[in-house]
Design a protein around this ligand. Structure first.
Ligand SMILES: [Zn+2]
Length: 500
């Protein structure tokens, strides 16, 4: 019998507001010593009252809109009761029946030839705002509590069970991270706990429309772990089905990353166990009024499409560059500056105007591949982040122009890029200073060709006897002789002339 898996996700996204959700404490407590970004409100001292952070509301509205949700015009906060040492009030301020956003939709693309479906529409059930609890630290047999995190704003995003494979779940989370970063509400870094995921999964015989009791896998903290935990659960639950003993109760399981296994923690609570009721300390929220002032930047799906159309980037390059807001800005500026540089290069415009589309794809490929394959790699090796990058888009555009107009060859361009990373100066200046440019002087090339022909009589003989591929070796020798300063095309021409 064949089985299919039904997967839904609940994701907590930590919002990067300046202060906490209900007090004026700094929201950057994760970078401070334990229990230093706290006050009587977030420590739940008697007599204190919460005040809602407007920035958190705006961030939650933004996130809801980016997920295609409808904003609830009259929203409110509710108390969710439970006891835990990291929750000093013994209730969490959350949202029950009037979340900030409902009924959204996110489309994901599954770029895997073996995938059963290439796109999936994932409905978003809701996005609500709630406060985070403190953090328990288990040390030497004792448990310590750091209250810095207590009161940090979280948006909890709940999907419908529209995902079918662990891979789809991972891709959805990556898309969510890209969205949250693009709209600037969170770093959404799973490793740092800025995005935390619980995955609900059940199995059913293929073709069955019933939903069976689900298992919730909690606290998965990386994209890889999401995929692995879900694969593990699919295998475990499939086996139970095959034994005629499928899962028949709701349960919560943890993920053990060291053992690569899930383990049962408890049977799941239901909503009524939490005794939700509206928080009497907080006024209702008029979100319709706030929503009017919230605008969204261009979202990743639209940006990817525009990058492919406007700049002729290949689809995968367009996605890589569009998905990171910092790199997207850099690439856009480089593109417009590159055309400015090219148009200022004598003899360029007329040729390029003849075949616009072809030129667009040549320049697009040059820019995207030099950014993605060379610049990013050299930056990674030198541990340089884009936020401290010394190369301006203007300088990078000039650099691309030097390559495109054959003023420098590709191996010397790599060296030049290294110098630019260190010095941050303009490329033509460094090229001249370090002698990396191509020499167009005919005499210089001819002399080099002559020396190579004289010093390699065996290869010359082979070439003349009809073994034409030997020319590659001879060109290599010319490049070596000239320290890479001649245009290989020109060197080939001169060699062929000489060899007759
Ligand atoms: Zn506080």
């Amino acid at each position: 019998m064949k089985y299919e898996s039904i997967i839904g996700l609940e994701i907590h996204v930590q919002l990067k507001t300046k202060s906490k959700l209900f007090c004026s404490c700094s929201n950057a407590g994760e970078y401070e010593p334990p229990n230093t970004t706290v006050c009587p409100v977030c420590l739940a001292h008697p007599g204190t009252l919460p005040v809602t952070n407007k920035e958190a509301l705006i961030f939650a509205i933004k996130a809801s809109k980016a997920l295609g949700c409808i904003i609830t015009s009259q929203s409110k906060f509710d108390r969710k009761h439970y006891f835990y040492p990291d929750l000093p009030k013994a209730y969490q301020i959350s949202q029950y029946d009037r979340p900030v956003g409902t009924n959204g939709l996110v489309r994901i693309e599954i770029d895997n030839p073996e995938a059963v479906r290439k796109t999936a529409d994932v409905r978003i059930n809701r996005l609500h705002l709630e406060e985070d609890a403190a953090k328990n630290i288990h040390e030497n047999g004792a448990t310590l509590v750091d209250f810095n995190r207590c009161g940090t704003p979280l948006s909890e995003i709940v999907t419908e069970p529209d995902l079918r494979t662990p891979e789809e779940a991972k891709i959805f989370l990556q898309e969510l991270r890209t969205l949250m970063r693009t709209i600037g509400v969170s770093e959404a870094d799973m490793e740092k706990g800025h995005m935390r995921c619980d995955a609900n999964i059940s199995i059913r015989p293929a073709g069955d429309n019933k939903l069976y009791p689900k298992t919730e896998v909690k606290n998965i903290n990386s994209f890889r772990a999401v995929e692995r935990a879900l694969k593990y659960e699919i295998d475990r639950q499939t086996k139970l089905w095959e034994e005629g003993n499928p899962v028949n109760y709701l349960s919560t399981r943890g993920w053990n990353d060291d053992k690569q296994q899930t383990f049962e923690q408890r049977k799941k609570e239901e909503a009524h166990d939490y005794r939700y009721f509206p928080d009497p300390d907080l006024p209702p929220l008029n979100l319709a009024e706030l929503e009017r002032d919230v605008t969204l930047p261009e979202l990743p799906p639209a940006k990817r499409l525009r990058f492919a159309q406007e700049y002729c980037f290949a689809p995968d390059a367009a996605k890589l560059l569009a998905d990171d807001p910092d790199w997207a800005d850099f690439a856009e500026n480089v593109m417009s500056e590159t055309y400015a540089w090219l148009k200022a290069t004598p003899g360029y415009t007329a040729a390029a105007e003849h075949k616009q589309r072809e030129e667009c794809s040549t320049v697009g490929k040059l820019v995207s591949s030099w950014i993605l394959n060379r610049l990013m790699r050299q930056m990674a090796d030198a541990a340089i982040d884009i936020r401290i990058l010394k190369i301006t888009p203007e300088n990078f555009a000039e650099f691309i122009t030097l390559i495109h107009t054959s003023q420098i060859n590709s191996s010397n361009a790599q060296k030049l890029l290294g110098f630019m990373l260190e010095a941050g100066e303009d490329p033509s200046h460094i090229m001249e200073e370090k002698g990396l440019g191509q020499v167009a002087d005919a005499g210089f090339i001819e002399n080099a060709v002559m020396r190579v022909v004289e010093n390699n009589p065996k290869q010359v003989e082979q070439y003349r006897a009809g073994k034409v591929e030997v020319i590659k070796f001879l060109i290599g020798m010319v490049m070596k002789e000239t320290e890479g300063k001649v245009d290989p095309k020109l060197a080939t021409e001169k060699l062929k002339e000489k060899l007759g």
